[in-house]
Design a protein around this ligand. Sequence first.
Ligand code: SAH
Length: 239
Amino acid sequence: MLSNIRIVLIRTWHAGNIGATARAMKNMGLSNLVLVDPVDFPSDEATSRAGQAVDLLEQANVVATLEEAIADCNLVIGTSARDRSIRLPALTAEACAEKACRESDQGTVAIVFGRERMGLSNEEIQQCHFQLNIATNPEYPVLNLSQAVQLVAWEVFKVASSETPPESDVEPYPRQRELEQFYQHLAKTSEATGFLNPAHPGQVMDHLRALFRRARPTRKELSILRGFLSSIDQHTSDR
Ligand code: SAH
């Protein structure tokens, strides 16, 4: 269960936060760390802050984009200290842990943390299914990055080590890569029918992405949608 729960840090500025994250994770039994374009890594500062979790730093995967970090994931939860202009279905830390543990039986679950100053970009938020906001003092809601990881990792640890850990009872969901392929297909077909003008796409695709994010199609439903698009493609090319 825990090995399938991945912590993703995006463009972390302070190497010390990467080390402290590794330690926070290992304390709570997590080991799957992915760093997206870190500013300063590997680094002595990260190593010294990791304590006995240097092995997590050594095994950490470093990638260039969030898309790469989550391509194989079937659930992606973004964390944020504030409300965003793009609103995603919200989860508390407890609900996030419960969901992550439940769905980790089926594949990899990512919990994504943003930059120290800027958090997550809108484009990155678009790639998440849910948003987690850790309840804090409204006068100062922004936690240090590694402490935010610590709190979430602790909730996950408590669920995973409880006497009755949640059992997977959900239908399989597609991986992120398959969802992105579906969005590309949807855009292409919409252009071929003339519904979408590639020169002026507007925000139609953003709205459609939001719709499918809320609906969260299962793998089976996504394959039906792909089949439906292919039938339109066939019809359009026959004309
Ligand atoms: N100014 C940024 C703060 C970034 S703090 C913003 O408004 O988003 C760095 C990261 O720590 C955030 O991107 C988020 O991943 C995490 N974080 C900090 N405080 C949090 C909170 N209260 N709830 C959830 N995540 C939090």
